[in-house]
Design a binder for this molecule. Structure first.
Ligand code: SF4
Ligand SMILES: [Zn+2]
Length: 142
């Protein structure tokens, strides 16, 4: 059964900021944060079903790590992990570039928990900035 996004009652809604998006975690701590939120989320099952059905191979969905999710997707598709991404009718579905002009191609695209397409180049830039800021806060030592 298909879930409609965004899911009502999603614990993760509005959590991600430019500097902090545990659902696309780069550290074990961030991943644990995201999984803890999923653990409290009442729409976890629908979220996981949606992620598997639409082939969300990036990020944490429905209480599963990216690795677990990829395995589930591959199993559900008999070996193929690629599929439909942005739900049909979603306002992002027809955009070819992000706000800063990076292409929404396979290598540069990931998907937020609400089904929105996001740009990996912009995300890398945000993370690099966050690291520089954190590095300064730590007196330059990491
Ligand atoms: S990723 Fe899915 S299960 Fe986890 S908090 Fe968000 S909506 Fe809930
Ligand atoms: Zn971009």
């Amino acid at each position: 059964m298909s879930a409609a996004y965004p899911l009502d009652g999603a614990v993760c809604e509005g959590v991600a900021t430019a500097d902090y998006d545990p659902f696309f975690a780069e550290t074990p701590e961030a991943e644990a944060d995201a999984l803890a939120m999923c653990g409290l989320c009442l729409v976890r099952r629908a979220c996981l079903a949606y992620a598997v059905e639409t082939g969300q191979v990036f990020g944490i969905w429905g209480g599963k790590t990216q690795r677990e999710l990829r395995r589930l997707i591959v199993r559900a598709r008999g070996g193929r992990s690629r599929g439909r991404r942005v739900p049909p009718g979603h306002p992002n579905a027809h955009k070819t570039h992000c706000k800063r002009g990076h292409p929404f191609d396979a290598a540069n695209t990931y998907y937020a928990a609400n089904g929105e397409r996001r740009c990996r180049a912009c995300r890398r830039a945000r993370l690099a900035l966050a690291r520089r800021v954190a590095g300064r806060a730590n007196g330059g030592e990491r």
